[in-house]
Design a protein around this ligand. Structure first.
Ligand SMILES: NC(=O)c1ccc[n+]([C@@H]2O[C@H](COP(=O)([O-])OP(=O)(O)OC[C@H]3O[C@@H](n4cnc5c(N)ncnc54)[C@H](OP(=O)(O)O)[C@@H]3O)[C@@H](O)[C@H]2O)c1
Length: 331
């Protein structure tokens, strides 16, 4: 089969398309013919050795995906060849071979059915980002009634998922995006207000825009934006931190947390047990059904163009960037 390999953890630019043996499903595993794989910044971080995970090299990246069952290992009785599944959350693309390949083996307990009415690309890239967004929204306990939720990097995979879920939970959503064009799309998703962080006055307007200060911020960006986000928060507000696309925070004054008793907390989707991830996924699908929202697919790249797909992702997507892996399309 064809697969994209990395031979060393020195960067995503070292990806190499190769012919490798088809994987054989072990006990409890399912062999999937991958139809679509989702790209995530985590793939790049792993390739740059910025993650604690140390996969066996050469390694196949790709955390997310959707595929059709073409074989099963010992003990697997409840899935049948020809059925399609999405990958919920697994070690695929981390410590075991991932989805940037024509075939992948996944433990059966890490598979989920495709929600009714969702297309293949919509389902392929959804699980990781929606579970992350759900954790970021729920990790502090119930949100106050009529909560104001601010999301940075709002156009990205986690950001757009956070906007959609927060809207479905009845929150007023403030989205922060560097792009005017994507701002318009974020309003269509239900964001009540959209701010460009390049506008020096954005925080002052954001503090008043929703009639009260922000109760929960989900910050995907970090860097110099985090102290600005903290400035918009109300008393006892929380900040959920999934990512830091703009790098470390250059200057941070802990006194900005004292008087409003603000709490910051890291998000780790990998900390969900399989049972927690399944239960969170049921909640996610239910919330999206409530508003009729569906995962946003920004662009699907052909299998041969994974490097170009990563380049596209790094510029800031509107939703998910995907790779089409189906065999007939790869030839
Ligand atoms: N902790 C976890 O469990 C977990 C799980 C999933 C993801 N993550 C992390 O969460 C972050 C977001 O992931 P994602 O999948 O949403 O990423 P993404 O799809 O690449 O989108 C991120 C968005 O952030 C903005 N952005 C990108 N680079 C930026 C920069 N240098 N400065 C300011 N804004 C920038 C862009 O929005 P605009 O162009 O609209 O500004 C972009 O659309 C990443 O760091 C990822 O690694 C963590």
């Amino acid at each position: 089969m064809k697969a994209w390999l990395i031979d060393e953890l020195t960067g995503i630019d070292k990806l190499r398309l190769a012919d490798v043996p088809e994987p054989i499903p072990g006990p409890g595993e399912v062999l999937l013919e991958v139809q679509y794989a989702g790209l995530n910044p985590a793939d790049r971080y792993l390739a740059e050795n910025q993650y604690p995970l140390k996969p066996v090299l050469p390694h196949i990246l790709g955390r997310d995906g959707l595929g059709t069952v073409s074989g099963v290992g010992a003990g697997v009785t409840d899935v049948k060849p020809g059925q399609s599944y999405a990958i919920l959350r697994s070690d695929a693309g981390g410590t075991r071979p991932g989805t940037f390949a024509e075939m992948v083996c996944i433990p059966v307990e890490n598979l989920v059915q495709i929600p009714i009415g969702w297309s293949g690309p919509e389902a392929a890239g959804a699980t990781l980002v929606y579970l992350t967004a759900y954790q970021a929204l729920t990790m502090w306990g119930p949100l106050p009634k009529g909560a104001v939720v601010l999301v940075t990097g709002a156009s990205g995979g986690v950001g757009s998922a956070s906007v959609q879920l927060a809207v479905a939970m009845g929150c007023t959503v403030i989205a922060v995006s560097r792009s005017e064009a994507k701002g318009a799309r974020l309003r269509e998703l239900g964001a009540a207000h959209v701010f460009n962080p390049a506008d020096p006055g954005w925080r002052q307007v954001a503090k008043k825009a929703a009639g009260r200060r922000v109760d929960l911020a989900i910050d995907n960006v970090g860097g110099k934006l985090l102290p600005e986000v903290i400035d918009t928060l109300g008393d006892q507000a929380k900040v959920s931190l999934p990512g830091r696309l703009a790098g470390p925070v250059p200057e941070f004054n802990t006194a900005t947390l004292f008087f409003r008793r603000i709490r910051l907390g890291g998000v780790a989707v990998g900390a969900y047990t399989n049972a927690e991830a399944r239960s969170a996924w049921v909640e996610v699908v239910g919330l999206l059904a409530r508003t009729g929202a569906r995962p946003l697919v920004d662009r699907v790249f052909p299998f041969e163009q994974l490097p170009q797909a990563f380049e596209w992702l790094s510029r800031g997507p509107m939703g998910k960037v995907l790779l089409e892996c189906s065999r007939q399309n790869a030839e």
